[in-house]
Design a binder for this molecule. Structure first.
Ligand code: CO
Length: 319
């Protein structure tokens, strides 16, 4: 039977007393520093206590855990942990550690639907489908799960290496290694899958990012003499009603700061540059050449929305 929840507080007090007895001043010292050199990305499984299995103390391991140790490209939680670990804590090693017999991986191998978690397991199903031939050739279900546990770790190592935060760290010369490990619940041992990535050269060309702009170092742009001449000449079609939109369109393309304009001497597009040429472009044209008339409310419903949705126009709401 699990202990009653009050017991957890009692346990905690006992632990804190014992810890302080073993090492007087322990908590005072710990509260002043957090300088882990390792980020551990592992499974939420209660049988895989990260610090404990690698013999590291509090303050020595930065930890992120989720079901089946997945690093999706757009998981804001995981991305934030990784970015903080790299940019602020300056960790030198990111360890993706799976474990054999992982329930999340097992669920991903089955066809049963679990509700919302299916969306999360889909990342592992993607890995399984990429290695379908190899997995199909494995006879026992348990061995199949274990192999997918390994393959999942290998893919997550690659996902981490592909992140702009990681590639940016390498670009500025920061030491950073991404490791793939796997833990066995049966013997308590961690095994290295030997898939460590130490720099962008391990990635295929198409997965390497040009991260120079992330460092505030704009890539060198050699101005095209013809484009510069065209920019200096008055636009031939300045009478076109769409012309005032050109500056806005340039801003929308990201040339918003003075620094950008100084380092990227691109001519603002003329109205003619922006005029749609193909049928597909004409489809999008209303967005580019939008004028006040096209955004004015037309129906009674739209007018109502504009009125209610503009508090500054509503008397008594100005403050
Ligand atoms: Co697990």
């Amino acid at each position: 039977m699990p202990p009653p929840i009050d017991m957890l507080f009692r346990n905690n007090r006992n632990w804190a007393v014992r810890r302080e007895e073993l090492e007087p001043g322990y908590f005072r010292r710990l509260s002043a520093i957090q300088e882990p050199k390792y980020l551990w990305i592992g499974c939420s499984d209660s049988r895989v206590p990260a610090n404990e299995i690698v013999g590291l103390d509090s303050g020595e391991l930065f930890v992120h855990r989720n079901i089946a140790n997945v690093v999706p490209h757009s998981d804001l939680n995981c991305i934030s942990v990784i970015e903080y670990a790299i940019n602020v804590l300056r960790v030198e090693h990111i360890i993706i550690s799976g474990h054999y017999g992982c329930g999340g991986v097992r669920a991903a191998l089955s066809c049963r639907s679990y509700g919302k978690i299916d969306h999360w397991l889909a990342y592992i199903k993607d890995v399984a489908s990429q290695h379908r031939v190899e997995l199909d050739a494995i006879e026992t279900p348990e061995a199949k799960v274990d192999r997918l546990c390994e393959l999942n770790v290998i893919h997550q190592v690659q996902n981490v290496a592909r992140m702009p935060q990681v590639q940016n760290a390498w670009h500025r010369g920061q030491e950073l290694q991404v490791h793939g490990w796997i833990y066995s619940l049966n013997d308590g041992l961690v095994r290295d899958l030997n898939v460590t990535i130490t720099g962008p050269e391990a990635l295929p060309d198409m997965l390497r990012l040009d991260v120079s702009s992330l460092n505030g170092v704009s890539p060198v742009v050699t101005p095209d003499p013809e484009a510069v001449a065209a920019a200096e000449a008055p636009p031939a079609d300045s009478a076109d009603p769409a012309a005032p939109e050109a500056g806005e369109a340039a801003e929308a393309q990201g040339q918003t700061t003075a620094e950008d304009r100084a380092t990227v001497p691109l001519a603002p597009p003329s109205a003619r540059d922006l005029a749609p040429e193909t049928a597909e472009e004409r489809e999008y044209a209303p967005v580019v050449s939008r004028d006040a008339r096209s955004t004015a409310p037309e129906t009674a419903e739209e007018r109502e929305y504009v009125r209610v949705g503009s508090p500054t126009e509503e008397p008594g709401r100005a403050r």
